[in-house]
Write a protein that binds this ligand. Sequence first.
Ligand code: PGA
Length: 252
Amino acid sequence: MLFGANWKMNGTPGEALSFLAEMKDRGSRETDADLVFFPPFTLLPLLAESGKEAGIELGGQDLFWMDRGAYTGEISPGMLMDAGAGWFIAGHSERRHVIGETDDVVRKKLEKGLESGLKGILCVGELVDQRERGLTEKVVRRQLESALDGLDIADASNLVVAYEPVWAIGTGLTATPDEAQRMHSLIREWVGEIGGGNVSPEELRILYGGSVKPGNAADILSKTQVNGALVGGASLRAESFSAIVTSIPAEG
Ligand code: PGA
């Protein structure tokens, strides 16, 4: 299992340090699950030490596909690594739908990040009107094809996919556990068909994201196709993120 704490544009240095210290106190070193903290970029160097102590890896919420140059405001994979990050997120729905990133941009970021040796979470998911028009499968398949077709990844285990229905992010709504199971199973099948990046569909970790909370995590995580969660709002407090992590079913 893998759990990501995505803080988005939230958090002071003090809050992030306390989060890691409290996660450690709550047993983050003892879990078998992989835990990754995605704070704002500026906090990464400050957190390297506390992250190690808590057994929690660090990641960047985004990256750019060039190594250096005249790209005002962007951050390269090398810069993320220098700052202590081992992970990145590509194609989060807020980047796709608030900032306007296209499938093509997401592909470039995913490819560059993985090529640089970082581990990446590729986010896919449909908007509410796409869902209402019955386009969920078409949209998610297109996002996967665009990101993965012909991709060459040295270490396929570095790729993780997160299914995050956009209507469920930050809204309190979630897909039902059965809906998540069904979509994750389709995603696994499609990744096998697309064949990108030497990824073995059976081994691919597929996270669910969208209003995951202590109260609904156990049901979602009990589904065989769900290999963890990408958590936004409920990750801002160690108490709730830790409760989500510890709701893993026994065999997880
Ligand atoms: P949420 O965010 O848990 O606040 O819905 C999830 C995400 O954006 O990854």
